[in-house]
Design a protein around this ligand. Structure first.
Ligand SMILES: *[C@@H]1O[C@H](CO)[C@@H](O)[C@H](O)[C@H]1NC(C)=O
Ligand SMILES: *[C@@H]1O[C@H](CO)[C@@H](O)[C@H](O)[C@H]1NC(C)=O
Ligand SMILES: *[C@@H]1O[C@H](CO)[C@@H](O)[C@H](O)[C@H]1NC(C)=O
Ligand SMILES: *[C@@H]1O[C@H](CO)[C@@H](O)[C@H](O)[C@H]1NC(C)=O
Ligand SMILES: *[C@@H]1O[C@H](CO)[C@@H](O)[C@H](O)[C@H]1NC(C)=O
Ligand SMILES: *[C@@H]1O[C@H](CO)[C@@H](O)[C@H](O)[C@H]1NC(C)=O
Length: 370
């Protein structure tokens, strides 16, 4: 069997022993940041990039190299992933920080807050030129959007994953990681907001969404387009640096948890009680993944208005169609998601409620492109 050397390294490490980095319960304290200078391949003429790892398929392993779905995500430590791509040594000095090692469905608000804190710390270090976050693809768009709204830095912030596990034939993780690090180390990537890298494409984290559950070509901003691509593993930008119109900064440095916001899915003859149940379990906000442009059934809307009267629930209307625009109505406590999909609208509402926004501030926030 012919194996790419990097892949062979993954496999032999997997076979030989437990990973060098086992999944920690919390993040390392700031003093655990290594100096890039202390790394085995330090080259003073290269930029310094910090890679914050959270797990996912890129760190996944399966029993066979054709098993591309039945694998276990979040198995391989970040240093092993970095070491498996020696080409990185010619691009930048990399220090890996293991923030978590989970399947991306296991990312919690606590992990997100820890990730933001450690990412901001790395970005604030004058010796660091950019950061890369490795992440499972299933909820990558949520973390990417969260980081876009909670990090403040002009330096490149790149989030990367893979669709095939490290043990799969034609695993996409090694090249994706190399491209993400190359992007983070590129001065032309400054001032572009958080970026998503997969399948040779660079997409804005604000709009990127996973459009296919299986294929490599899955992250797209269908209407907004890509920011660039990779040619010979080097960034090829389509536009000058710019941040999305709806960009908004939320400072979460003092937060240890986030308000509960739930998404309720719309369909014919939906049960109005679903929304009440979410509020009963503590949801301060609801996102309705509406039929069409925020459409909801009339019985469902009666229930929503009652919840607003009784609990002051804040409600964002979005669309289950994963495309299109929902306007903010201007009626109390109900807002339109603009062109954010329900899972991104949820993060924005969560951050706004966490910041104590009232109805006027929420109306302004959810009118960002009107
Ligand atoms: C978050 O970080 C704190 C320390 O900074 C740690 O105690 C906690 O376990 C971490 N939580 C998670 C979910 O990683
Ligand atoms: C990289 O980090 C080292 C410290 O480990 C520092 O001496 C060096 O100046 C940094 N390089 C850049 C380009 O910031
Ligand atoms: C360090 O990086 C520079 C710039 O890419 C390269 O020219 C040089 O050969 C590298 N030095 C070593 C020892 O790899
Ligand atoms: C790094 O660059 C040097 C000089 O171009 C090359 O000889 C070497 O093979 C490169 N190393 C890797 C791992 O790509
Ligand atoms: C966030 O808030 C903290 C505490 O108030 C402050 O120290 C920090 O500078 C703020 N960060 C930014 C980027 O404004
Ligand atoms: C939008 O506003 C109109 C009145 O301006 C109101 O009749 C309608 O119910 C509102 N839609 C929603 C979903 O609340």
């Amino acid at each position: 069997m012919l194996l790419r050397p990097a892949l062979f390294l993954f496999l032999s490490v997997l076979a030989s022993s437990s990973p060098v980095f086992s999944a920690p319960t919390g993040p390392p304290a700031p003093h655990h940041f290594l100096h890039p200078r202390d790394g085995p391949h330090y080259n003073s003429s290269l930029p310094n990039i910090t890679v914050l790892a959270t797990g996912g398929t890129i760190a996944g392993s399966a029993g066979s190299n054709t098993d591309l779905t039945g694998y276990k995500a979040g198995q391989i430590g970040i240093q092993i992933l970095i070491d498996a791509v020696p080409e990185i040594q010619n691009i930048s000095n990399v220090q890996g920080v293991q923030v978590a090692n989970v399947d991306s469905s296991g990312i919690t608000p606590e992990i997100l807050l820890n990730l933001t804190a450690q990412a901001q710390m790395a970005l604030d270090d004058p010796h660091c030129q950019g950061i890369v976050i490795t992440h499972g693809t299933d909820t990558l768009e949520e973390s990417a959007f969260f980081l876009d709204l909670t990090l403040r830095s002009e330096k490149p912030i790149v989030i990367v994953g893979s669709m095939r596990p490290a043990t799969g034939l034609s695993a996409d993780g090694p090249l994706n990681l190399l491209e993400a690090i190359t992007l983070a180390a590129d001065p032309r990537a400054v001032g572009r907001g958080t970026m998503v890298v997969l399948n040779d494409r660079i997409t804005s984290a604000f709009y990127a969404t996973k459009t296919n559950a299986n294929w490599l070509d899955t992250f797209k901003a269908v209407e907004q387009g890509d920011l660039g691509s990779f040619i010979d593993a080097k960034p090829n930008f389509f536009y000058s640096p710019a941040v999305p119109v709806g960009y908004h900064f939320f400072n979460v440095s003092q937060s240890t948890s986030l308000p509960k916001v739930d998404i309720v899915f719309g369909y014919q003859a939906l049960d109005p009680e679903m929304a009440r149940s979410a509020v009963g379990k503590g949801a301060e906000g609801l996102v309705l993944a509406g039929v069409g442009a925020g459409g909801w059934t009339s019985a469902g809307l009666d229930e929503i208005h009652e919840l607003i009267r009784e609990h002051g629930t804040q409600v964002v209307l979005s669309s289950r169609t994963m495309g299109g625009f929902v306007k903010t109505n201007g009626t109390g406590n109900i807002y339109g998601s603009q062109d954010l999909n329900p899972q991104k609208a949820r993060i924005m509402l969560q951050l706004a409620l966490n910041a104590g926004y009232d109805s006027n501030e929420l109306t302004k926030l959810f009118s960002f492109s009107e």
